[in-house]
Structures are given as C-alpha cells and as structure tokens.
Design a protein. Structure first.
Length: 639
C-alpha cells in the first residue's frame, strides 16, 4: 500500500531522531536527481529525489553537494512507496569543498586534455585531406611541362583525358566525403569539450567554498520500494517575459507568442527537469496592510527623507528585503516592495546608517548617509548572493532632490502592493508549466522557453498627432483573450511577415486590453499649421491682451480604399487665475470619450475623420488667450 511520509517537526520526533542518529544506519548516498524546478522572480523551489528498494532497518538518506545559499528554513521532506517507513530526523550540514572536488578537477582536466588531443588529430587529418584535394584538383589542369613534351601527351589524346578526369572525379568525391566526416567529428568533439570545460569551471569554482548537505534519517519496518523527496528554495534565479506579436493584415487578430528568458546561478545545473514559472513573490512578507500616518510638509520642511532601491547584481529588483535606517537612539525598518523600493520620510537631518538584509544574500551596509532638511537622499543598493553569513559595506552613490510636499503618499502605494503570495494561490499568482523536459545550466546565459501561443482579437486604428509628426500610424488595440496575465516586457512586433520594431507591453490581466504602435502608414498624410497670433488690447484700467490663434489640420487619403483616422491635437491650459482660454471655433465637433480624463484635463481633443479614396479634409481649431498686459505670457507653444 502506498502512503505519504510527512515530517512532523515536534519535540518528540526530534528527540527520537537524535537517539536514532546515534545508532548505526546504512547511508543511502544517492545519486539524487532534480525532478522539478519552480522559478519565481528572484529565487526558485527545487525538488530532488532518491528512490530504491529497502529491507527493514535504519537508513540515512544523503543529499550532498547542495548550493551553499540554500535557505535552510525552506527545506521540506516527504516520501512515498510500498515500504512501511517513517522519518526520524532531518539535518543540514555545512561542508567545505576540498579533496573530493580537487580530485574531480584533476579528472576533468585529464578528460579535457584527451579531447584536445583528439581534436588536434582530426585537424591534422583535415590538413592532409585538403592537400590531397588540392593535388587531385591539379591533375585536371594541363601543366606547361606537358605542353612541351614531344609526341602525343594526355592533351593530345581524348581517351587519356577522359580517364584522368574520371580518376579526379572519383578521388575528389572520396576526399570531400572524408572531409565532411572529419568536420562532423571535430564539431562533436568541440561540443563535448565545451560541456567538460563548463563542468570543470563549475568544480574549480567550488574549491575552498562551502556547500550544504541534507541528511534524512529513516526507519523502515517493512520491506518495499521508497522514494524520498526534498524541496528547498535557492536565490540567484530570475525569469523575464519576452513576446512576439504577429499582426495579420487580412484579419482582425494577432498571434502572440509568450516566451520567457530564464537564468540561474545557483551552482547546480538543471538537466531534463520539469520547469514551472510563477509570478508569485515568496520573498514578500505575508502581512495585512497597515495604514501609516500621512503627513504633508512644504518643500522647505526641516525634515528629510531616504529613498532606497534594492536589486541583485544582475539588476533584478529584490522585494521583501528588510531595510533598516538607524542613528544614535533611533531605528526604523521597512520591507522593500515589489519594485525593490523602501522609503523613509520625516527624518531629522544628520548622518544615518542603512542596512539591507535578505536570506540567501549578503547583508549590505551603507554608513554615513547625510540626510538634509527639505531634501530626499536617493541611493541604489546591490546585494550579492551569500555562500556564508556574510556582510559587506558598500559605497553607494547618493543623489539629492527636493522633497515633495506630499512625499509620504508613496508609503500608501507600498501598502497597496502587499500580496499574500506565499500560499501560491493561483488567484494572486499565475503558474506556467513549460512543456517537455528542460535543461538550464548554472551560468550567466539565458535560456529561452515558450510559455504559450495564443490568437488574440485586434482592433486596428489609424492615429495621427500631426503637431508632433506629419504621418499616420497604425495602432493595434489587442484584447488579452487568453486565460493568463501578461507581465511587463518587450515584444518584437511583426506585420504579416515583416519585422516592424520592438514595443513595450505593460502588465495586462486576462480580458484586459493593450495597444501597440505598428508603424507609419504610407498613403495617409496629415499636415499641421498654426495661423494667427492676432493681438488686441481691451479695457481702460488694468488693460488686458487678447491673442487669437488658429490651428488647421489637413488630412489626405492617397490609398485606393476608404480609411478612418483618429486625429489628436490640443489647446493650451493654464494654472494662472489671470489667464483665460476660450475656444472660439472647432470644426468638426470632437469625439467625446476618444481621450482619457487625464488627456482632457491637458486640453487634448480627438476627431474621427472618415476619408474616401483620394479625399482630403480639414480640421479647424480656433481659440483666444487673454492675460494682463503687465504680465507677459510665456509662449504656450514652447513650454
């Protein structure tokens, strides 16, 4: 009967485990294999297993050579099989890599030397074959000595030439076949050499360093098969989305290829593993949102602020980092948000020390950050992966900017982004199961895997902002009809089979929409012209100046088909009570709802203009600016 073993972390089991550990038990050294890996934004969950058939007795299942940065509190163990067994104890040992690795390095160096010798032998054979080929080719060309030879020579006898050419053809075919074989052999040897060199680099980098081993004591009371699995979390991993968007000119659809670039530097290669990608962030603490005081100060406040961004050495944001700012008699801590940001407002001026801490990374300290009154000190902190409990002091570049009047509002944003992702609930995180077994070596290289391919509905729209550019662009409004979200990333945009450009894709939930600019449309023209600038004065006391402007936009369709163009333009806005802006004429009427609320506040308007083939139309916008004569107006068109 199959059953599942569960580790009971309780005092009784621990005591019993210590007793059993003292008894002689059979060590099960493995080898263990990595079965699956779930990759998060800055770490991964690895599952290893050892299986076999066991008779009754005490056993110590050993998982050696695990990454030094393995998070010990994350280790879990379970088992399944036909044997009757129970887990007695779980231990994690730290091992300094020494003799075993040095011996492995010697063996790998010898293998590398042997492969180099084999490659040189192939190179020598190729050189001989190439010289033979040159000699045989030379037989097909008459030499001056033959031309001067008295009597009938090969050049005078067609049969002799035919025999010579047949010989050249046969010999050259054999030589070229051997050259192809030798090149294929050389390519395979170079591939093998690359793999051995990679393994050698991995092993050589471990000499004198620490690794970890997990030992599990198990008592088997009834013989049978058993499979023991351990799960652990390791930092030094990341994945970023990348997209291909192919828009069909003849259909209202786009084919989106959702890909991921995975990189890992955990120190252990993932070979033929089940790979999953998760949007969860287990580093972020699972906590209830808590409102903090919202204090508003003017820019000349006597208080200051520290704004900190935390990332790993590859530039990936690190959420969940405990950042502490302290000075004599004062200390305050924050957890970095999903973007790796931690902000400290309302600080008294003076020097502060900053400490950043995250399990699996080197604790980083920055001393003597000078907080200035009415200013915000902004700095970036990089955290390296820790093999031991390490602490480093860094010299971080600090820039100062004027403190914003309502700066503490940023704290509210951090609270809104807090998520309870440690539960791995699919309602707050998407998990992508990559098809097939994947191999991802521990290196700086990035592995590209395909997550999904989906056909998405597209609404095509022609958009023109002639004030900025006298052309019309095709904009694709794409609906995410897939049942998974799209994370922020870059997309390669294709129109039919033509590559257009790259474009950013924002965070898009299922059933939401996003827009991509496809490019300029030949045959559709838009011209913008500012006319007027008429000046008039009004009033006897407190004279005012009136400036009248007129904008003319000409749209032209040179295509053979009718098109509709959405045109955007604007009138100036003002925050001054002494300045008024009046719209005197607008033709045709703008389309309500074609611009967002924010755009409308900025004076932006939009018109939907249908154009028949070879048709030309105009949009006219006339407005007046009034201001006091003794208060010069800043030129609205140059701001």
């Amino acid at each position: 009967m199959k059953k599942k073993l569960v580790v009971l972390f309780c005092l009784a089991a621990a005591v019993q485990g210590l007793i059993r550990a003292e008894e002689a038990g059979t060590v099960v050294p493995g080898p263990s294999t990595i079965e699956s890996v779930t990759v998060y934004q800055n770490r991964c969950l690895v599952i290893r297993s050892i299986s076999g058939e066991f008779s009754p007795g005490l056993y110590t299942w050993k998982f050696p050579d695990l990454p030094a940065q393995l998070l010990e509190e994350s280790v879990r163990v379970s088992g399944r099989g036909t044997a009757v067994a129970r887990i007695l104890d779980l231990r994690i040992d730290r091992v300094l890599v020494a003799d075993a690795v040095q011996e492995a390095v010697k063996l790998l160096e010898k293998r590398l030397s042997d492969i180099d010798r084999e490659i040189q032998e192939v190179v020598d054979r190729l050189e001989v074959l190439n010289k033979k080929g040159d000699f045989v080719r030379g037989l097909s060309t008459p030499r001056p000595a033959e031309d001067r030879t008295a009597g009938a020579g090969p050049g005078d006898n067609p049969d002799n030439w035919r025999k010579r050419l047949d010989f050249v053809d046969g010999q050259l075919t054999l030589i070229l076949e051997k050259v192809r074989g030798a090149n294929a052999e050389k390519k395979e040897l170079e591939k093998k050499r690359s793999l051995v060199q990679h393994e050698l680099d991995q092993q050589a980098g471990l000499i004198g360093r620490e690794k970890k081993a997990v030992l599990v004591d198990v008592e088997v009371t009834k013989a049978g098969t058993e499979k023991l699995e351990i799960a652990y979390v390791v930092p030094g991993v990341s994945w970023t989305p990348y997209y291909d968007v192919r828009i069909d000119s003849g259909k209202n659809e786009a084919v989106l290829t959702y890909q991921a670039l995975v990189s890992q530097r955990t120190g252990e290669d993932w070979t033929d593993v089940r790979l999953s990608l998760s949007t969860a962030e287990p580093a972020v603490q699972n906590q209830m949102p808590q409102l903090l005081p919202w204090l508003v100060n003017t820019a000349d406040s006597q208080l200051g602020a520290i704004l900190c961004s935390v990332s790993d050495v590859e530039g990936n944001n690190l959420p969940g980092v405990k950042v502490t700012v302290a000075r004599e008699g004062f200390s305050v801590s924050r957890a970095s948000d999903a973007q790796g940001r931690a902000s400290f407002f309302n600080l008294q001026p003076g020097p502060y020390d900053l400490r950043a801490e995250l399990m699996g990374f080197k604790s980083t300290v920055r001393r003597g950050i000078n907080v200035r009154a009415g200013r915000s000190a902004r700095l970036n902190i990089e955290m390296g992966i820790a093999a031991l409990d390490e602490e480093v002091e860094v010299t971080a570049n600090v820039s100062y900017e004027e403190a914003k009047a309502a700066a503490p509002a940023a704290e509210k944003e951090r609270e809104m982004e807090t998520e309870t992702t440690e539960a791995f609930d699919r309602t707050v995180a998407a998990v992508f199961m990559v098809k097939g077994k994947q191999t991802v070596p521990s290196s700086s290289e990035k592995k590209k895997v395909t997550i999904a391919i989906a056909s998405l509905p597209v609404e095509k729209q022609y958009l023109s902002v002639p004030k900025l550019a006298e052309n019309v662009s095709l904009v694709a409004k794409i609906a995410n009809a897939a049942d998974f979200p799209l994370l922020p990333g870059q997309a390669s945009v294709f129109y039919d089979d033509d590559y257009i450009s790259t474009a950013p894709i924002p965070s898009v939930s299922a059933n939401d929409r996003f827009s991509i600019s496809v490019g300029e449309v030949p045959g559709l023209k838009a011209r913008w012209r500012l006319a007027g600038g008429t000046r008039a004065e009004t009033g006897l006391i407190g004279k005012k100046v009136q400036l009248t402007y007129e904008i003319n936009i000409t749209l032209e369709n040179l295509l053979r088909t009718a098109q509709t163009v959405l045109v955007k333009d604007q009138i100036p806005t003002t925050s001054s009570k002494d300045v008024t802006i009046e719209i005197l004429e607008v033709s045709p009427e703008p389309v309500k709802g074609a611009v967002g609320e924010g755009e409308a506040k900025d004076g932006i308007m939009a018109w939907s203009i249908p154009l028949a083939p070879m048709e030309k139309k105009e949009v006219k916008l006339k407005f007046r600016i009034t201001h006091p004569k003794n208060s010069p107006l800043i030129d609205w068109n140059e701001r």
